[in-house]
Design a protein around this ligand. Structure first.
Ligand SMILES: Cc1ncc(COP(=O)(O)O)c(C=O)c1O
Length: 375
């Protein structure tokens, strides 16, 4: 079976893990945590980075620091993995789901912008925070959100869990990496992500005070290292040294992974262009990292369930994309804006094998299998 997404271990992982064992630093204290944080911040052009036990933990802390709490409203992408909304639910804030745009599959930020302006004119409730997700390796359109921050002081959290290495290449945020444009950016190092630490996450921010507060909250809000005094309810959200060691080794080869994923995307574009498919989005203003290469089958073709099982019969693992959050049990009663784009993405979308070490021969097998299924 050609897998959907497997980690690639081709760098210093084993050496760094050995150093953890030799030094005895295997838990949440140890040199790799700080090295991972500093190198991560430098790699993506962030001022501060705080390692966390997961991407969900990073989002939870970020939202809390942005003011999400009971009585507040957080706008979230409707088309995303459920962790994006769960992190909001943990804070007790209300969720406002925002539909996707067809061009990038990301939150339709212009739609949100216009809705917020309309609500402001009528004196209706506005979101306090927007958590925008850069799905599947493609950056979201940020200008409308920057305007909302400017006009209404709406904080921006970027859920960049899936999009490490993606950037904008034109417009006001040209040259910036995902995660560094909003007030706080969050990443995941789960096993299937662009890089992995086994499990883990990172929170980045330009604000030193926010970073210090995030570090504090991830460590049970402990006031000093030796006594047990705490100034608020914190969390055990620290990343351990072993995970940080793997994460650092992976990060050292991030450029290789992203280059490989972009090459994979180019080959899928070339190989699948003549089939009845809407290929993976790639806006002219974005430089996606193509974490998971995902596409849409045409409406009149066999649906993605059929395609996924037909590919499995040909030893290719594909997977449908997420149902929109408004169709998920915990978020069914949630307020939302927009039309049916996220529903269409779910109805027609699927992801293809995208591991960074996917060989050209295996990719040709995927293309051949998909051609066979759709012709
Ligand atoms: C968009 C998105 N947000 C958040 C998360 C949560 O990250 P983690 O699994 O590290 O908690 C993930 C992936 O797992 C994700 O895809």
């Amino acid at each position: 079976m050609i897998p959907l997404s497997e980690p690639t271990f081709a760098g210093n992982e084993a050496q760094y893990l050995q150093e953890c064992v030799d030094s005895g630093y295997v838990s949440s204290v140890g040199p790799f945590v700080e090295r991972f944080e500093k190198t991560f911040a430098a790699t993506i052009g962030a001022s501060h980075a705080v390692a966390c036990s997961s991407g969900t933990a990073a989002l939870h802390v970020a939202l809390r620091l942005a003011g999400a709490e009971p009585g507040r409203l957080v706008a979230v992408s409707d088309f995303t993995f459920i962790a994006s909304a769960n992190a909001v639910a943990y804070t007790g804030a209300d969720v406002l789901l925002v539909d996707s745009e067809c061009a990038t599959w990301n939150m339709d930020t212009e739609l949100l912008h216009d809705e917020v302006c309309r609500r402001a004119r009528r004196g209706e409730r506005l979101p306090d925070v927007v958590e925008v997700v850069h799905v599947l390796g493609h950056p979201a359109r940020m200008e409308p959100l920057l305007e909302l921050r400017e006009r209404f002081d709406i904080r921006i959290i970027e859920d960049a869990a899936e999009s490490l290495g993606a950037e904008w290449c034109s417009g006001p945020v040209a040259g910036m990496s995902v995660g560094t444009v909003g007030d706080i950016g969050c990443f995941s190092f789960n096993g299937n992500k662009v890089i992995t630490s086994g499990g883990g996450g990172m929170l980045v921010t330009a604000d030193a005070e926010v970073a210090a507060r995030a570090k504090h909250l991830t460590n049970q809000a402990k006031l000093d290292g030796t006594t047990y005094h705490h100034d608020t309810v914190g969390y055990n959200y620290r990343l351990n040294n072993i995970s940080a060691a793997v994460g650092l080794a992976q990060l050292e080869r991030l450029h290789v992974a992203v280059r490989a994923k972009r090459a994979i995307a180019r080959r899928y574009h070339d190989g699948l262009g003549s089939l009845p498919l809407g290929l993976a989005p790639g806006a002219s203003w974005a430089n996606p990292s193509y974490w998971l290469y995902s596409l849409l089958v045409y409406e009149n073709m066999p649906g993605p369930d059929h395609v996924v099982s037909a590919l499995a019969e040909r030893d290719v693992q594909a997977r449908r994309v997420w149902p929109p959050l408004h169709e998920q049990a915990p978020y069914r009663p949630t307020e939302r804006i927009g039309g049916d784009v996220s529903e269409k993405l779910y109805r027609l979308g699927l992801s293809l094998p995208s591991s960074a070490h996917l060989t050209e021969a295996d990719q040709a097998t995927v293309v051949h299998a998909l051609t066979d299924v759709l012709r």
